[in-house]
Design a protein around this ligand. Structure first.
Ligand code: SAM
Length: 360
């Protein structure tokens, strides 16, 4: 039987004052990922497989989604509790109509120290060429584009949609042109599907000023049929690249950075690896997730979320909302990726929320 793994709130959770909150493992709340839609215009086989997310799939009705006003109100509470960076994601965030208006609202927020909150966005890039300028003008600070291969056949195999890879490459170029630089490009690597593109992708983005990050294929959600033998360990990815282009390790930009950074020894720029399967980094995870329907999830692999929309729509005051968020964070003990191997087969039995819903 699936076991539940996620947020639980002790009845006596303490009141929240504004200022940084920490969880049961001493981790502060620093980052907030907001899923603005559960819909996507791709059907990446490892994320939203077409067999599950088909024409019969019930996506959230509009009334279930948080409005921009509601997102801003909740985001403000998270910022009062220590959040310094907000990332908009999904589903595909550029499918949410008027997304730049949300960026504009969020870009006005200030951290508890009075600094601007950094606003970032993760996209598949399909609509980016036509949206990049508006996003930049609205105050978007950084953008990450997902791209799993350069070859047309590989890209289609991964994304399972009728979109040419050039559409995404044009979006990346436009993002660079409007000054959303440096663009980060994320490549999820799945053995046997696109691992032959590790070196071609590295060579394509080498010297471009963009940062390519290789991501280990994760057992996110329950619909992708994940198997450990399809994971290419980050060490192996680095070895394959370094065999052609020697690499040197670089210090993290900040504590808790998910990507391990590497520079090409010849000055060709930077790459990163995100080894969430083989080198779990739960101990320094400072990320909360707000789902499309307004639930707080404390872990990408959570099965339960804390409803924030209900009190919000019932007229709760800001203080009540931030207390609820703080209590949810203070009760957090999640460390799924570190436990994955200890749970052995059982890890795969955990009922996890799909990544398109919780926000990647
Ligand atoms: N639609 C946007 C995009 O494609 O970037 C944002 C949402 S998507 C869920 C965010 C990121 O999660 C993408 O880079 C995607 O490749 C990654 N992702 C989804 N499922 C994954 C999995 N099982 N393992 C590793 N990364 C995954």
């Amino acid at each position: 039987m699936p076991v539940s793994f996620g947020t639980t709130i002790p009845p006596d959770a303490s009141r929240a004052d504004t200022g940084p909150v920490i969880d049961m493992m001493g981790r502060p709340l620093r980052d907030l990922r907001i899923s603005v839609t559960d819909r996507c215009n791709l059907r990446c086989t490892y994320c939203m497989p077409r067999a599950v997310f088909d024409d019969n799939h019930a996506f959230l009705p509009r009334a279930e989604l948080l409005s921009f006003e509601e997102i801003e109100r909740l985001a403000r509470q998270f910022v009062r509790l220590g959040v310094q960076k907000i990332r908009l994601t999904g589903g595909e965030p550029l499918l949410r109509r008027g997304i730049e208006q949300l960026v504009e609202r969020l870009a006005r927020l200030q951290t508890v120290d009075g600094a601007p909150v950094e606003i970032a966005l993760t996209t598949n890039g399909v609509l980016l060429a036509r949206k990049a300028q508006a996003l930049k003008d609205a105050g978007l600070g950084r953008i990450t584009v997902s791209l799993d291969g350069l070859g047309e056949a590989t890209f289609r195999r991964m994304s399972d949609a009728d979109v040419p890879v050039q559409t995404v490459l044009d979006g990346i170029a436009e993002a660079q042109r409007v000054g959303l630089a440096p663009v980060k490009v994320n490549m999820v690597v799945r053995r046997g599907a696109n691992d032959h593109e590790i070196v071609p992708m590295a060579e394509h983005f080498r010297g471009s000023g963009m940062v390519l990050r290789f991501i280990e294929y994760m057992d996110a959600g329950c619909s992708n049929g994940w198997r450990m033998d399809e994971v290419v360990p980050a060490r192996e990815m680095l070895e394959r690249i370094a065999a052609r282009h020697p690499l040197q390790p670089v210090d993290p930009n900040y504590a808790g950075e998910v990507a391990e950074r590497w520079h090409y020894a010849d000055g060709g720029g930077e790459i990163g690896v995100i080894a969430s399967v083989t080198q779990a980094f739960c101990h320094e995870c400072t990320r909360a997730r707000l789902s499309t329907d307004g639930r707080l999830y404390n872990c990408l692999f959570a099965s339960d979320g804390l409803d924030l929309r209900e009190p919000l729509r019932a007229g709760a005051a800001d203080a009540e909302l931030s207390e609820r968020v703080a209590a949810g964070w203070q009760a957090r003990g999640d460390r799924y990726s570190q436990l994955r191997h200890a749970m052995a087969g059982d890890g795969l039995m955990v009922k996890k929320i799909e990544m398109s819903f919780i926000g990647g």
